[in-house]
Design a binder for this molecule. Structure first.
Ligand SMILES: [Zn+2]
Length: 336
């Protein structure tokens, strides 16, 4: 894979013992050291104009001033330092790069994956939260649309948390389909099944809130039974994975049960869907807080694009997860 990466993102200092630390990127880089076919690309910062396309200027200005004054706690768990402004522009720029690369035809072993931080999917139009300041995937999606390169973008958020920021930004837009699988009740406790979009965006938000303990098999069923058919109807030109790895069975902050191999199967299933609808495919890093599980999982995604075939799945979908799949199905996403 081609990984977007910049040292600037290490300078976003969240203080000691914060789970979203620069060590996350260092661990991923270490895990990829021995891999075949890893390329790193240092993309440009996102232009302010691209940030303003998805965030209110007043909020962006306030965040810049906050960093200039040395940073601190933006909220209880969202921390910025003086360099966080630069890191946030770099992180958004890396996501933009990944989307553009994919749209320009990078696929297979050249599939792009942006390794930026701060992460983005909790960042609202007018506020940062949940370790996020700029919504990187949203910036990337809107940039591709505004450049006239694509008409429709899908964002599949498999981070264990609901990407309330991405939902907020695109809820009334019909040209961006946001789909999230998340642990029901976990931070920020949003993302209900019956929230399916508004106005022009009606039917282009899909929430799959699985109960704690859901298996990789349940995630795979969601991808093949719900997301695949929805994408066949929506027909995106670009498919961005908001790739958090905190649903890993050994991640310290969630109770989901995706194994490292399970992330390989999910990657494979996503690739099949995007091949079927002929959409460009790009990955954008979100969360993932166990350094080993995060780095192993990114390594696995890379391996799948380098030719590794994950072992077939032999797990079960629990009854309560099956009920969620059924309830989402009843919202009717295949008639877009
Ligand atoms: Zn997360």
């Amino acid at each position: 894979m081609n990984f977007g990466y910049r040292e600037t993102c290490l300078r976003h200092d969240t203080g000691r013992r914060h789970p979203e630390s620069p060590d996350r990127l260092r661990a991923i880089r270490r895990a990829l050291t021995e891999c075949h076919g890893v390329e790193y690309v240092a993309a440009d910062d996102a232009d302010l104009e691209r940030i303003h396309a998805v965030h209110d200027e007043e909020y962006v200005d306030a965040f810049e001033t906050f960093c200039e004054r040395g940073g601190g706690n933006w909220d209880a768990d969202t921390v910025a330092s003086e360099d966080s402004w630069d890191a946030a522009l770099a992180s958004a720029g890396l996501a933009e790069w990944a989307a553009q690369e994919a749209v320009d035809g990078a696929d297979g072993r050249d599939t792009p994956f942006s390794l930026g931080r701060p992460p983005g999917h909790h960042a609202l139009k007018d506020d940062g939260m949940g370790f996020c300041f700029f919504n990187n995937a949203a910036v990337a999606a809107q940039s591709a649309i505004d450049a006239g390169d694509v008409e429709r973008v899908a964002i599949f958020d498999w981070d264990v948390h609901h990407g309330n920021g991405t939902q907020d930004i695109f809820y009334d837009q019909g040209d961006v389909f946001y789909v999230s699988i998340h642990e029901d009740g976990l931070y920020p406790a949003t993302g209900d099944i019956d929230e399916t979009g508004d106005g022009n965006g009606e039917g282009t938000t899909m929430h799959i809130p699985f109960p704690p303990g859901a298996s990789g098999t349940a995630y795979l069923a969601a991808v093949t039974e719900l997301i695949g058919p929805a994408m066949a109807a929506f027909d995106p030109d670009l498919f961005i994975v908001s790739a958090g790895f905190d649903a890993h069975e050994h991640d310290p902050i969630s109770r989901m049960h995706i194994s490292t191999e399970g992330y390989g199967r999910l990657t494979d299933a996503v690739r099949t869907i995007t091949d079927d609808v002929d959409a460009a495919l790009a990955f954008v890093l979100e969360g993932g807080y166990g350094l080993d599980t995060l780095s192993d999982s990114v390594h696995m995604v890379h391996e799948v694009f380098d030719g590794y075939q994950p072992a077939p799945d032999d797990g079960d979908v629990s009854e309560d997860a099956q009920e969620v799949l059924q309830a989402v199905q009843e919202q009717g996403f295949d008639g877009l």
